[in-house]
Design a protein around this ligand. Structure first.
Ligand code: NAD
Length: 337
């Protein structure tokens, strides 16, 4: 493969437009070749000031255009499957925003297609793995410095939710990141999910129960709990406390300067995920580009995408039933060992 990736970014919304700027301004070894959006005006606005980039409305046209050597998928999740299959058919390196696909069956189809191809081509956009504090906690767990990891306590709080954010989306769009983080930290699969609905905030829109308490268990018996609270108003906060045999480690939470002024002390709360994880997205995309040039991937795999989709399915079932639901996984293909 040539040393510079020519990337087609599919979907020029919030994430896609951000990734285009990232690729153009901060990532080395890659250029934006095409931006595809069903809204041509949006695609055109996104390539403004990027020499050599074209705006298109059809993903296949970009993949077959001759000038594209890699694909970044940033359309809504329900469109990922077909784009991924088309990109795999052309044996292109792919960075797919989470989720891999919205359900375990279609994610399994992707795993099967990649397995047939015989090499890993898809990296899934779980960017938290590239955040400095997440990476540090993972290394601490792996090192055994504080003995065995026993429990994980996660908080995931957003100021508010966009219109149409349903009860299921708390699991599928928000807790999905925790599912991946817990698998990343422990290096194990999640075996069961339970969801408890307690007292709810008046600030949640009709039909959405907020906050929720998600309880998980991993293969070796690590227990994890997630407070998912998406109308918390005060700002954005994603934090984890890890309990070890010989210590407690906290990541996330308050960041930045500690200020004392006018008889008060404190600092700023991050307003949203773009600020909190901006640097992590840069590291993620650079890792993808560097690996793609070598014919590899540089982060979470299609198997990780499939396994989190299975956790989400168990989570939504648990949300409805109140029961502890087993996560059902097919046998992991050797390609991912
Ligand atoms: N990693 C993260 O932290 C994170 C955060 C937010 C969103 N996401 C994920 O990123 C993806 C995109 O989310 P978003 O918030 O940018 O959505 P968005 O709605 O802002 O953008 C989606 C874009 O896709 C375009 N589109 C729709 N159908 C298309 C088609 N057939 N072909 C080409 N373009 C099409 C839309 O016109 C829109 O511009 C989703 O998978 C979402 O889950 C990830």
């Amino acid at each position: 493969m040539a040393d510079t990736l020519r990337v087609a970014v599919i979907g020029a919304g919030r994430m896609g437009a951000d990734h285009v700027q990232r690729l153009h301004r901060r990532i080395s070894g890659a250029e934006v070749a095409a931006v595809v959006d069903i809204d041509l005006g949006r695609a055109n606005a996104t390539i403004e000031g990027i020499p050599g980039a074209v705006a298109l409305t059809d993903a296949t046209e970009a993949l077959d255009g001759g000038d594209v050597s890699a694909v970044l998928v940033a359309t809504p999740g329900f469109l990922h499957r077909d784009i991924l299959l088309a990109a795999l058919e052309r044996d292109l390196p792919i960075l797919c925003e989470k989720p891999l696909t919205p359900d375990a069956d279609s994610s399994w189809q992707i795993v099967e297609a990649e397995t047939r191809l015989g090499r890993q081509r898809i990296q899934v956009g779980f960017m938290r793995r590239f955040d400095a504090e997440y990476a540090q906690l993972e290394r601490t767990i792996r090192s055994g410095e504080f003995g065995e990891l026993l429990m994980l306590h996660h908080q995931h709080r957003n100021p508010s939710t966009p219109e149409g954010f349903t009860n299921e989306m708390l699991i599928n769009d928000s807790v999905v990141h925790e599912f991946d983080a817990i698998r990343f930290f422990t290096g194990e699969e999640i075996t069961s999910v339970q969801v408890r609905l307690g007292k709810a905030t008046k600030n949640a829109p009709a039909g959405q129960h907020d906050p929720q308490h998600v309880l998980l268990e991993t293969e070796s018996g690590v227990l994890a709990d997630v407070e998912i609270y998406v109308n918390a108003k005060f700002g954005y906060e994603v934090a984890t406390q890890a309990s070890f045999e010989d210590g407690i480690v906290n990541i996330g939470g308050d960041r930045g300067a500690y200020v004392r002024t006018a008889g008060r002390w404190g600092g700023k709360v991050t307003p949203g995920f773009e600020d909190r994880f901006g640097a992590a997205y840069d590291v993620e995309v650079q890792a993808w580009v560097d690996a793609a040039v070598r014919g590899e991937i540089g982060g979470p795999t299609a198997w990780d995408g499939y396994a989190t989709a299975a956790c989400c399915e168990a989570g939504v079932e648990a949300q409805k039933s109140g029961e502890k639901v087993k996560v059902r996984l097919n046998t992991k293909p050797a390609l991912y060992n």
